[in-house]
Design a protein. Structure first.
Length: 295
């Protein structure tokens, strides 16, 4: 019978999640699966355990955590010769990728998904030597994700991000950054507030931020919010809820397999909600880099 490795980030969510994991492990064991559970303690634990699981004789991984934990597992898969499939159990405050894919949060539904064994290949994004499952971003507010304290994330969830974001705007001001984009589809140097390079449509809880994104199309979706007055920015953010921001004259939206982003300023990159180094950077798609279970 198949062997399942459960990789769990205990800081994503609370005791309830621990109980869910135990319940899932029991369901799998009763069905005849061999199950081993691994709790992450620090950065890269999930990645290293994934690589060990791929090198061992494990058949699939269940990852339970936020986007950052899922990111580490994906990175471990990419670095391994054997790509075993991954079942993603959403547990963090922001699980954009899981939400976009409609993955079950209910344990019985999740168990059924594993039993059905429907697995698809999905793309990953690559930026320099890092990988992202969902999104890489830079500019205004992008450092909010990893500035929010883990305790606040666990207790307040998405609210923690919005509160922190609201506090950041006066600090950061609306000063644009001068950036040069170079790709087959788009070559421009311009003043921008923010750019996002995404694999799925759902980013930061906004379900239609990259409305045409498809996780298996071999492309990344690029959203650029150009220098704008405060009222224009407000209008763009309101339109994001309907996915209509891409029609605003101050927004550029296109698909690309590879894009170079350069700036002379000190600008950090956010990768799936974690710190991902600084610009300049080359962002490119890693087609079919990751196998996941879907309902």
């Amino acid at each position: 019978m198949e062997k399942a490795k459960i990789i769990f980030n205990p800081s994503s969510g609370r005791q309830l999640m621990q109980r869910k994991i135990d319940y899932l492990a029991n369901l799998l064991i009763n069905e005849g699966y061999t199950v081993s559970k691994f709790n992450t303690r620090k950065k890269n634990d999930a990645m290293i355990e994934t690589m060990n699981s791929c090198e061992g004789d494990w058949d699939f991984i269940v990852v339970c955590g936020g986007d950052g934990t899922v990111n580490e597992v994906a990175k471990g898969i990419v670095k391994s010769k054997r790509k075993i499939p991954v079942a993603i159990l959403p547990a963090g405050t922001v699980n954009d990728f899981a939400n976009h894919m409609g993955l079950p949060r209910n344990i019985n539904g999740f168990f059924q998904m594993i039993k059905n064994e429907k697995v698809i290949d999905v793309d990953l994004g690559k930026v320099n030597d890092e990988y992202f499952v969902n999104v890489a971003a830079s500019g205004l507010l992008t450092n909010v994700g990893y500035q929010v304290q883990p305790e606040a994330k666990a207790v307040f969830g998405r609210v923690a991000y919005y509160v922190e974001g609201a506090m950041e705007i006066p600090k950061q001001g609306f000063d644009p950054i001068r950036v040069r984009f170079e790709s087959e589809e788009y070559n421009k140097e311009e003043d921008i507030h923010l750019f996002l390079i995404s694999n799925s449509a759902s980013i930061g809880g906004f379900k239609r931020l990259a409305p045409d994104a498809n996780v298996s199309d071999g492309y990344l979706d690029v959203v650029i919010i150009k220098k704008s007055e405060v009222q224009d920015l407000a209008q763009i953010f309101i339109n994001i809820f309907k996915g209509e921001h891409i029609n605003h004259p101050n927004v550029s939206y296109f698909k690309s397999k590879k894009i170079l982003v350069e700036t002379k300023e000190d600008v950090t990159i956010d990768i799936d909600g974690e710190y991902g180094g600084k610009l300049p950077a080359i962002f490119e798609v890693e087609p079919a880099g990751f196998k996941i279970f879907i309902p």
